[in-house]
Design a protein around this ligand. Structure first.
Ligand code: NBP
Length: 490
């Protein structure tokens, strides 16, 4: 038996409820189900009242309410809940029905589930969904991957609910990403880049606040100005707004100053970082950002250490300290240098993210379209930024571009930002302000642009103690040397 709903949604927490309302608002009839069935009633009697919804209390009724081929989307906590729901849905579905997971699922699970669901004669989609509550309601960025045969069935609906960009606001931030876990992988890299962006902005804040002495009002003005230039993005915009928010608990200061400096994480940044290690690609920005959150969480240890460990003092190195202070002394120049450091580091961060996508796509044979990924992130999601248009252009022009840093636009941008970037990292280091992401980005840039690194010595060490062999610069082949015979005899 099948009903007349165009779409079914399981999981009525923040994301599911808002996405269901979004789908309905585009003219579709939507069936909903939630494990705790009172949430179904709350929605039907509340925000969905008078709208084209069918509330159901069992999965059987839910599946029966949707027209074939059914489009059944889960927005539940990632992990075992998704497996449990798939297991329950498979016997209730008919051949050709489509099961969609819109959660933040680990891509390996999606690879496995695609196979399992396909073997049952159904189609499976693992769709990255970004944009939080507001995005889900008004237009998220959607990154679907899985069984490609599902795409023609869900394309119109998905593209109608997605965020739109472009001069006429008609280009949807939703396209088919690739087979199996490709969509969830792209979403994970999006989240990892988000980690990097947020950490970079926080470092800019600390520098401007602690070294530059900028007040929250001044920070508001700086971020407002930055949001009109090359850094224009959702994260810069909300950061600007945060500096204007007054304490909502009765204090007369700003809310941001009352927030404990301990950051949480849900794990997608860690996944990206772990997978970068597996692939052997240096995604140092996301890794640094994950570790920075970890260090922030050691609040008690930091508080104890702060009473014992001293930073630089003028007497340590008076000349360098004076140089650093002179750099910070000209406020306008310092703000510009921090801007340049942020912009250059952001370019490195995205360059690393796309290198990881390229490596993963090659490993899994996903055939990712990198320009398209940039477009998917152009609207609706947390890292949405003008800057992504340049990335799309870069990959449209050079689909095999090895690294964004080599695209003329970014090459020139980093070249122009370089002196401010170096000055900021040097001053921060001399004056004892941690800038792990700014300096990780600079170190990647310097490592990437050098033809010769000290790995010759490293290979010598490996061959010395473990006969790991090495290659030579002047002839082909693999070599091992008897270092004990070659060394200066003691
Ligand atoms: P949550 O991740 O908080 O999950 C809550 C939902 O999962 C509820 O509907 C809950 O049902 C259901 N659920 C759980 Br928990 N265990 C279940 C089980 N064994 N069987 C059936 N249902 C189960 O919801 P969310 O924050 O709306 O996020 C949904 C997904 O979207 C997650 O994967 C999340 O990572 C992802 N995501 C979230 C955001 C965001 O901004 N929140 C953004 C992008 C993606 P119950 O009511 O009966 O407990």
């Amino acid at each position: 038996m099948s009903g007349d709903c165009d779409f079914g949604l399981i999981g009525l927490a923040v994301m599911g409820e808002n996405l269901a309302l979004n789908v309905e608002s585009r003219g579709y009839k939507v069936a909903v189900y939630n494990r705790t069935t009172s949430k179904v009633d709350e929605l039907i009697e509340g925000r969905a009242k008078g709208k084209n919804f069918v509330g159901t209390h069992t999965l059987e009724d839910f599946v029966a309410a949707v027209a074939r081929p059914r489009k059944l989307m889960m927005l539940v906590k990632a992990g075992p809940a998704v497996d449990a729901i798939i297991d329950s849905l498979i016997p209730l579905c008919d051949e050709g029905d489509i099961i969609i997971d819109g959660g933040n699922t680990y891509y390996v699970d999606t690879e496995r589930r695609t196979k399992l669901v396909e073997e049952a004669g159904l189609l499976y989609v693992g769709a990255g969904v970004s944009g939080g509550e507001e995005g889900a309601l008004k237009g998220p960025s959607l990154m679907p991957g899985g069984t490609e045969a599902a795409w023609p069935h869900i394309k119109d609906m998905f593209q109608s609910i997605a965020a739109k960009v472009g001069p006429n606001n008609d280009i949807p931030c939703c396209e088919w990403v690739g087979p199996r876990g490709a969509g969830h992988y792209v979403k994970m890299v999006h989240n990892g880049i988000e980690y990097g962006d947020m950490q970079l902005i926080c470092e800019a804040y600390q520098l401007l606040h602690e070294l530059g002495g900028l007040s929250n009002e001044e920070l508001y003005d700086v971020f407002a100005k930055w949001n009109e230039g090359v850094l224009q993005s959702y994260l810069i915009e909300i950061t600007r707004d945060i500096f204007s928010a007054k304490d909502d608990q009765g204090g007369d200061g700003f809310l941001v100053d009352q927030i404990l400096d301990v950051a949480g994480a849900k794990g997608t940044g860690k996944w990206m970082s772990q997978l970068a290690l597996d692939l052997g690609v240096p995604s140092t920005l996301v890794t640094t950002a994950v570790f920075a959150r970890g260090l922030s969480a050691q609040k008690e240890a930091r508080t104890r250490a702060s009473k014992k460990l001293n930073g630089p003092t003028d007497s340590n190195n008076p000349e360098m300290s004076a140089l650093a202070k002179s750099l910070v002394g000209d406020k306008a120049a310092f703000v510009q240098a921090v801007h340049d450091a942020l912009y250059a580091s952001k370019i490195v961060s995205y360059a690393q993210g796309f290198v990881q996508l390229q490596a993963a796509s090659a490993e899994h044979d996903w055939g990712l379209d990198y320009g398209q990924s940039a477009l998917l992130w152009r609207g609706g999601c947390i890292i949405r930024a003008q800057f992504l248009d340049r990335i799309k252009e870069a990959f449209d022009e050079q689909p095999n571009l090895e690294n964004l840093l080599l695209y003329p636009y970014f090459e020139e941008a980093v070249e122009n930002a370089q002196s401010g970037w170096r000055a900021v990292v040097s001053a921060a280091s001399l004056l004892g302000i941690p800038v792990p992401a700014f300096s990780a980005a600079l170190n990647y840039f310097d490592g990437y642009r050098l033809e010769r690194l000290p790995a010759n010595l490293l290979q010598a060490q490996r061959d010395y103690f473990g006969a790991h062999t090495y290659q030579r610069v002047d002839r082909e082949g693999t070599f091992h040397s008897e270092w004990l015979d070659l060394r200066k005899q003691p």
